[in-house]
Design a protein around this ligand. Structure first.
Ligand SMILES: [Zn+2]
Length: 259
């Protein structure tokens, strides 16, 4: 079975690369993370990863025209690179390896916590921009363009809860977990997305385009290098995703381990 799941990951990585959903480094790390998760959690773990990547990819196709504004703000659009795959899959890979060595159920939950947090955050950023009103920034307490890190909207918050609950419910069916676990996974997923919004508002780096004057996460805007405005310089979107899903997952892990 393991050979089949790893072969499946290889086909997935190559297909992603072929259709430009993944860059070369993104394809290599998809193979590494997918294989590691298959070793630790079998096809069930791989199925959870697929539900995350599949649902996010489908949602990214919804309301394309409304999201063109978002694409000018967010750091990365288009093909996922290796850093993006690690930002969402790094802790999952660690959990899979730790579970392989210890067989401790808490590592299985850690895996589900971080995927729920990543999924909550991704659904929020795909569903939020469909809102008629611009989101509200936690940094300036004003309305800001959709796609700005650290901003919240009602629709985006619904997306967050739905994204976390989607992983919690499907994973509970796949792994036969009791209902209280599904509630805990949903809560940790929402917590991770909340951390992401707070970190995004406070510490994530922001640049300004000298051509159009807009704030952006991109280093290049209108074919011109942007200038640094605020935030911690090494904290881009991937680092924030990694830290916040890891932090929420870690809190959930400590909770199930010691209470
Ligand atoms: Zn510009």
């Amino acid at each position: 079975m393991l050979k089949i799941t790893i072969l499946f990951c290889l086909v997935l990585a190559l297909t992603g690369y072929r259709f430009r959903l993944l860059t070369m480094s993104g394809a290599v790390l998809t193979l590494v993370v997918g294989s590691g998760v298959s070793v630790g959690f079998g096809w069930q773990g791989l199925a959870v990863l697929l539900l995350f990547f599949g649902s996010s990819s489908l949602l990214s196709k919804v309301g394309r025209s409304k999201k063109q504004v978002v694409d000018t703000i967010v750091e990365k659009d288009g093909a996922r690179d290796g850093w993006q795959v690690l930002a969402n899959g790094g802790v999952a890979l660690f959990a899979a390896l730790a579970y392989t060595m210890t067989q401790e159920a808490s590592y299985q939950l850690l895996f589900l916590f971080v995927i729920a947090a990543s999924n909550a955050d991704t659904w929020a950023s795909e569903i939020g921009p469909l809102s008629k009103r611009d989101p509200w920034s936690l940094k300036t307490f004003r309305r800001v363009p959709a796609g700005t890190s650290g901003a919240m909207s009602v629709i985006g918050t619904i997306g967050t809860i739905a994204g976390a609950a989607f992983i919690a419910c499907t994973a509970s069916l796949i792994f036969s977990l009791p209902i209280p676990m599904a509630v805990l996974i949903t809560s940790i997923g929402v917590l991770g997305s909340l951390f992401d919004t707070i970190f995004g508002a406070t510490w994530q780096r922001v640049y300004r385009c000298s051509i159009c004057g807009e704030l952006t996460e991109k280093r290049i805007h209108h074919q011109t290098p942007t200038s640094y405005v605020s935030g911690i310089r090494i904290l881009g979107n991937d680092a924030v995703n990694f830290l916040t899903s890891g932090l929420a997952g870690g809190i959930g892990f400590i909770f199930v381990r010691f209470w």
